[in-house]
Design a protein around this ligand. Structure first.
Ligand code: FE2
Length: 279
């Protein structure tokens, strides 16, 4: 599937853009299904930003309990001071996660095909295990920033193998908060590890190496239908979306089954929903 030049680019820069990977029909189906999920979502299921003493724990439980489910999460700026939504629910959701690819038939179909399996193999995932899916809305006006991070922080394995598959469902531009990456930054160390201990999570600092700045980071502006693959150690972020247009994207995170998946990762799967590959 991938050419030698593409494989070399991935090895050298830590990411690869494949334009036109998904068809307009594929994208339309996914967007329609996401809209249905949001429409059916009752905001009362998730406790939002209201300040009660139990708030933090409730939020954690809702998040941690989503590893093998389909749940909606609000944008941080979705609510006004009075606790009411500032705009329609459909424009207030930050993302849907985290097991769409294993539960929802439309997402399942989008997430698994031979073409995707071949790309994964070509960039080194011999026995792909797809742990997580997220539909990211990056809503107009309030789409929040995602600060610099490495996805291996959330999917540790020995050795590190996590790879991200980022599908642009709309054009991603500077204005609406496209990805920014540090080419070659995947050769740097893992800075942080996100660790789950029972019902609690914490972030462990591993390396003091600073995050990239504007001198080494580049924007990855891509057209709808593009697939961006990147290495789990590649530093990346996305700016807030202050534009009037949304920036929908869909992501999958996969590790290689030949590497040892950490028991401290927040997503674990039991026998009822075993982790699977791209085929
Ligand atoms: Fe990320």
């Amino acid at each position: 599937m991938l050419t030698e030049a593409q494989k070399e680019h991935y090895a050298k820069d830590g990411y690869l853009v494949l334009p036109g990977f998904k068809s307009p029909a594929d994208i339309a189906a996914l967007r329609e299904r996401a809209a249905q999920i949001v429409e059916a979502f009752d905001p009362a299921e998730s406790v939002s930003i209201f300040t009660t003493q139990e708030q933090e724990k409730t939020t954690d439980d809702y998040f941690l309990g989503s590893a093998d489910k389909v749940r909606c999460f609000f944008e941080e700026e979705a609510f006004g001071a009075d606790g009411a939504l500032r705009q329609d629910k459909s424009l207030s959701i930050n993302k849907i996660g985290h097991a769409l690819h294993d539960i929802d038939p439309v997402f399942m179909a989008f997430s698994r095909d031979d073409k995707l399996a071949e790309v994964a193999e070509d960039i080194g995932l011999v026995e792909a295990q797809v742990w997580q899916s997220m539909y990211i809305f990056k809503q107009p006006g309030i789409g929040g920033e995602v600060r610099w991070h490495q996805d291996a922080t959330y999917f540790d394995s020995t050795p590190i193998s996590v790879t991200t598959f980022w599908f642009a469902l709309e054009d991603a531009t500077l204005e609406n908060g496209c990805l920014w990456v540090e080419p070659g930054g995947h050769r740097g160390p893992l800075r942080e590890r996100f660790i789950r201990e029972g019902d609690a999570v914490r972030v462990e600092k591993l390396d003091a190496m600073p995050w990239p700045d504007d001198s080494t980071a580049i924007p990855v502006e891509v057209a709808a239908g593009s697939l961006v693959c990147f290495h789990g150690l590649l530093p990346h972020y996305s700016a807030p979306n202050r534009s009037p247009v949304s920036r929908h994207a869909y992501t999958l995170h996969a590790t290689d089954g030949r590497t040892a998946y950490s028991a401290g990762n927040w997503i674990q799967r039991g026998k009822d929903l075993p982790v699977r590959g791209f085929r």
